[in-house]
Design a protein around this ligand. Structure first.
Ligand SMILES: Cc1ncc(C[n+]2csc(CCOP(=O)(O)OP(=O)(O)O)c2C)c(N)n1
Ligand SMILES: [Mg+2]
Length: 361
């Protein structure tokens, strides 16, 4: 079985075409000019944000092997450009709803590595008080409304948040991340229909990594052009190269602009790939090694680094400084999680609303 298609020139050209122009323009801009320096600085920030996610998850793999982290863990490695590029287009007032593969979304949103790592450890200092774990990161103060273990489960929640903001006449956008697997769920179609009908301020971000667990897209969808299907609901929809962080950000900015202008929901199909298995339990026997390697040759971090090297924007010293900063941050996060307390058993019934719940003796 082969689902390999790392470069899809014709369809990718819709939104990214202008993104590519922007990237070319950036390359030509002299870093000596203020605009050139700003663009270079922005790329450095994008690189650091993607590296933070990558290094955080690499550490999670080690900690999982050491049985420090338990339960289900779904890694985002390979998809970092999506979380980082989309987040750049959002403001702190906007809302984000995510999936169980959400470490990257949470970190890009600004939840600290310390709060996420403590949650991975199930400690009280975690962003969900240690009750959620890897799949249920949550931080209402950052308008980050989870982490959701149910495929497509975040979509109706996101529509509700967007409707609430609209009713309060607030100019906010709700961004909902979900996978290609969500297309097989009624919740996607019900949400898309109502959001388009009511012109909700909703950004639908489909992370099309070509697989829903071990099932390739063409084995569960009759029509695999997801942007085209979303457009059939009467919303603006584009397919974007999800390995190019600048293209992602450019498309997300255009979409958010349209949403804030009142034109209703926008849909982005980000064509991406997870380099690791579905979860830590998955033996990953349904993909050809060659396919994985082909996608790795378009690693979003290497793509951006190559562009920056080409522009003379990234020196070895600067890269080493960024890597060190991230290593220190993650070391500190692990140390803090190791020291943090677990929830005492007497608190077991906190947040349990059932009247039949009994106190533990
Ligand atoms: C409603 C529901 N059905 C089935 C599952 C089991 N399940 C967990 S992950 C997954 C695949 C989802 O794939 P996709 O949406 O493409 O996201 P990805 O894992 O690729 O990021 C399935 C079927 C679930 N969690 N929820
Ligand atoms: Mg998928």
């Amino acid at each position: 079985m082969s689902a390999a298609r790392p470069t899809r020139t014709r369809k990718d050209s819709a939104a990214p075409r202008s993104a590519k122009r922007t990237a070319t323009a950036n390359r030509n801009a002299s870093t000596a000019s203020p605009a050139g320096r700003r663009a270079a600085g922005h790329r450095t920030d994008q690189l650091e944000a993607m590296l933070r996610i990558r290094r955080f998850e690499e550490r999670c793999v080690e900690l999982y092997s050491a049985a420090k982290i338990r339960g289900f863990v779904h890694l985002y490695i390979g998809e970092e450009a999506v979380a980082v590029g989309v987040n750049e287009a959002l403001t702190p007032e906007d809302a984000v709803v995510s999936t169980y593969r959400e470490h990257g979304h949470a970190l890009a949103r600004g939840i600290t590595a310390e709060a996420v790592m403590a949650e991975m450890y199930g400690r009280t200092t975690g962003c969900s008080g240690g009750r959620g774990g890897s799949m249920h990161l949550f931080d209402a103060s950052r308008r980050f409304y989870g982490g959701n273990a149910i495929v497509a489960g975040g979509l109706p929640l996101a529509a509700g948040l967007a409707l609430a903001d609209r009713m309060r006449e607030q100019s906010r956008v709700t961004c909902c991340f979900f996978g290609d697997g969500a297309f097989a769920e009624g919740e996607f179609h019900e949400t898309a229909n109502l959001a388009a009908l009511w012109k909700l301020p909703l950004l639908l971000v489909c992370e099309n990594n070509l697989y829903a667990m071990g099932t390739a897209l063409e084995r569960h969808e009759a029509q695999t052009d997801l942007a085209m299907r979303a457009a059939s609901y009467g919303m603006v929809a584009w397919a974007v190269d999800g390995m190019d962080v600048e293209a992602v950000e450019h498309a997300a900015r255009r979409a958010v602009e349209g949403i804030r202008a009142g034109t209703g929901p926008h849909f982005l199909e980000l064509r991406t790939y997870r380099f690791r298995a579905h979860s830590m339990y998955d033996p990953d026997r349904y993909r050809e090694k060659g396919e994985i390697e082909q996608w790795k040759s378009r690693d979003p971090i290497s793509l951006l680094m190559d562009r920056m090297h080409e522009n003379g924007e990234l020196g070895d010293k600067e890269l080493a400084r960024i890597e060190q900063r991230i290593t220190d941050e993650i070391d500190h996060a692990v140390e803090a999680a190791e020291q943090a307390p677990e929830e005492p058993v007497e608190h077991l019934l906190r947040h349990v609303t059932s009247s039949s719940a009994k106190a533990v003796s």
